[in-house]
Unconditional design. Sequence first.
Length: 206
Amino acid sequence: MNHKLEIRTGINPKEFFPDAKHIITYAFSINDRHYFRFDDPLSMGYDRALKCLVYYKEVEMNMDSKFIEAHTMAIDNIFLKKEININDLLDVRVLNNQMKQRLQLPKEPDLMYKLAAVTFFDQRENPQVYEFNYGEKKIAFWKKSTSLTDFFLSRPLMELIPYLKHAGENLKMFSEMTQNATKEHLASISAMLSSEQRTILTKVFQ
């Protein structure tokens, strides 16, 4: 980790996006990579805007679509049984409590990274289109190059995710707490899935 997130002066978005039809503003830099965003989020192209909306909702719910899919599979497995006993009802309660807990937990770091990846684009990207594979590489670079607090407690990220202003210096502790809770939640869900279902959702349980 030998880079640092910086907000530099003198970086003109028009140098990198001369044909842009909407106002693009500079956000931050890490090494030789500069990141930008649309001044008006409504100026995003349909593809990037749709993914941004999806990721924003995931951050708000504190769970992504794969987590929800796994959760609903576990619930279905219980209610598709020929006979339901008290232990099955207790399992439903466990899953329901987990879902309620997620809404109260601090925000999951990986979900915030996804939202940042679609909101901020570098000088190599097409601002109007979000490429999932490139987004994953961008997140990997951020994680490798900066610390969690250096990245998320920067002004551009706090403007994007208001929760970060309240987390402050506790962000690392909150993030560890959420990640540990996520492991416990996924372990409970996994125990209620078939091996075939776990294979389908392999990425969730990595």
